[in-house]
Design a protein around this ligand. Structure first.
Ligand code: MN
Length: 253
């Protein structure tokens, strides 16, 4: 139905998947890991109006892609969606954390200068650092925190800052993920897979499987499945209100 954060360009047979994803999903946000990848993927994925490609520089490869930093900033005015960007404070990436922070800060600043963007942001082990930068920079942009895994206090702070949250089946497998989601307003949640880096048993989660979160949301929200689906569709419409996906796509997606 909706996948608000996937790496469709990185699936094997991505080009064969494109028309299938476009047909099965109402909307798919393809996040990229570098500005060069955004340029290439935007070209290849053109022609599917319900698949959007976001301009990114993944924090896990900040050092390797640091040479593309100016390209990233110069492409921002041309992109509506920005992602995947953010900060990863895990031990493996801690050495580059000031570089990651500096790239995120510049990106958020440039997004404001360009009138505001919709951003998909990674914040693993760095929730407070990310929220500090969001608080400092974001007025016109809309921040969607992808797979948020901070504390409940940080989740509350993110809500107070007006953040949205994209939530996937993998996040909801854990008790922490479920308790975060239970604490969030239902009108700020969108589905995601983060595929192909997440799996369902052994196969990568497919973009149309993000909707599996509905089954977990039914008992958490305490409303029927149809109402959960309707809520999520309304959430997407509210976020991207200037685009009329509903008019072009059947209600069954
Ligand atoms: Mn990702």
């Amino acid at each position: 139905m909706i996948d608000f954060h996937c790496h469709l360009d990185l699936y094997p047979d991505a080009l064969k998947l494109l028309p299938i994803v476009s047909a099965r999903n109402l909307f798919t946000l393809v996040v990229t890991t570098s500005p060069k990848a955004w340029l290439a993927t935007s070209n290849v994925f053109a022609g599917y109006e319900n698949i959007k490609v976001a301009l990114g520089l993944h924090p896990e490869i900040a050092e390797q892609k640091a040479g593309e930093r100016l390209l990233l900033l110069s492409c921002i005015p041309k992109a509506k969606y920005i992602g995947e960007i953010g900060i990863d404070g895990s031990p493996k990436y801690k050495e580059t954390i000031s570089l990651q922070e500096s790239i995120l800060n510049d990106t958020l600043t440039e997004c404001e200068r360009a009138g505001g963007k919709i951003l998909s942001i990674h914040s693993r082990n760095a929730s407070s650092r990310v929220l500090d930068l969001v608080e400092k920079n974001c007025r016109k942009s809309t921040v969607v925190l992808h797979w948020f895994s901070g504390s409940l206090t940080e989740a509350q702070r993110a809500q107070d800052l007006g953040c949205w949250f994209s939530v996937g089946p993998a996040m909801l497998r854990g008790a922490n993920g479920r308790s975060i989601v239970a604490s969030l307003p239902i009108n700020k949640i969108l589905p995601e897979t983060d595929g192909p880096f997440t799996t369902n048993r052994s196969a990568p989660l497919m973009p149309w499987e993000a909707i599996d979160i509905v089954n977990t949301l039914v008992p958490i929200w305490g409303i029927p499945k149809e109402d959960v689906i309707l809520q999520i569709r309304n959430n997407l419409a509210a976020l991207i209100s200037e685009e009329n996906f509903q008019q072009n796509h059947s209600d069954t997606k």
